[in-house]
Design a protein around this ligand. Structure first.
Ligand code: CDM
Ligand code: ATP
Length: 299
């Protein structure tokens, strides 16, 4: 067995998401506050010096070939770093797939960080984040993690340093949402004149939970609700049961509630579990997450 290491791939939620306009390259200019939460896929990377890139996963809902974003990231890493080795990637999938939580992007970012350690390439995170932009718009943020304002098409990252400990209850409605279709259905009326990120940033830095909740915004939510009315119905039901505001992450369909304490979050979690199958309880990850275990050869 070759050298082996474990890397966690954390999900994100969007606290704000303003779309400022459409660009000539077909992408949209966005301004969004992204927050890492402690719901994670666990990736195991095993060096395979003479081999290729191979993937296996704990679920059958993700592709295992070159369409997997972890595979793309490994190819990008090999090309950019010049390291010509193979790797066996195992993905223990905990983040719901195609949910608006950047599960695939988090896996891609974990592969970039993990291969950097496994193959002792010594590249700074900034460089890995730049490489990640060629894999997907959410990948640079997922390389950095924590909290940040993401601009451009999502790849320009400005860290937000705060220590707020909010709890998050995630609900994934059983609806398949295509990110591309949601962006394509945006109209001028959905664009924002000015982004909300400065207000959200100030609320987070001040540790003002109510101000955070008051400034959550997602320009894609009305679009997803228009395209997939079932998501709106679930949001209304969640709001009735939880008795707190309900928001949507990314292009959806995952909905979330923010709670100030573990106790309040547990009450909402248990109430929602009564009628929804996919409910998750997690919290903000503000500091750099788990220390990376050293790569080592197993007997
Ligand atoms: C919705 C978010 O998850 C919010 O964080 C991201 O903006 C989407 O990030 P992502 O899934 O990594 O997106 P990509 O894989 O780069 O793009 C998927 C599709 O979404 C559209 N797209 C994406 C990002 C962006 N700023 N403008 C876009 O119009 C494009 O049509 C693109 O073909
Ligand atoms: N490692 C992976 N994990 C999850 N999905 C993947 C992966 N690789 C490729 N995919 C494909 O990417 C699509 C989007 O999955 P993902 O879980 O990344 O969506 P998402 O959470 O909506 O992402 P985002 O929030 O960045 O838009 C799925 O249809 C899936 O088949």
């Amino acid at each position: 067995m070759g050298a082996l290491l474990v890397e966690h791939a954390f999900a994100k939620i969007n606290l704000t998401l303003d779309v400022l306009g459409r660009r000539d390259d077909g992408y949209h200019e966005v301004d969004m506050v992204m927050q890492t939460v402690d719901l994670a896929d666990v990736l195991t990377l095993e060096d395979d010096p003479g081999g290729d890139i191979t993937i296996d996963a704990s679920v059958s809902t993700v592709p295992l070939d070159e369409r997997n974003l972890a595979h793309t990231a490994a190819r990008v890493f090999r090309m950019r770093s010049g390291v010509e080795r193979g790797v066996r990637i195992h993905i223990d999938k905990q983040i719901p797939v195609a949910a608006g939580l950047a599960g695939g992007s988090a896996d891609a970012a974990a592969v970039l960080r993990g291969l950097n350690r496994l193959w002792a390439a010594g590249r700074p995170l900034a460089e890995l984040a730049e490489w990640g932009a060629s894999v997907g718009s959410d990948v640079p943020f997922c390389v950095w993690r924590g909290c940040a304002v993401a601009r451009g098409r999502g790849e320009r990252i400005e860290p937000v340093r705060h220590t707020m400990n909010a709890w998050v209850v995630l609900v994934r409605p059983p609806v398949f949402v295509s990110t591309g279709d949601v962006y394509a259905a945006l109209t001028r009326a959905d664009y924002s004149g000015a982004p909300r990120s400065p207000l959200m940033k100030a609320a987070l830095v001040a540790g003002d939970f109510e101000a955070v909740r008051a400034n959550v915004f997602n320009a894609l939510a009305p679009v997803t609700f228009r395209l997939y009315p079932e998501v709106r119905r679930v949001a209304q039901r969640v709001q009735q049961v939880a008795q707190v505001p309900v928001y949507m992450s990314g292009s959806g369909p995952t909905l979330y509630c923010l709670l100030p304490t573990r106790g309040a979050a547990q009450r909402v979690y248990h109430a929602l579990r009564g009628f929804m199958r996919e409910v998750y309880l997690c919290r903000f990850l503000t500091a750099a997450p788990l220390p990376a275990p050293a790569a080592g050869a197993l007997p």
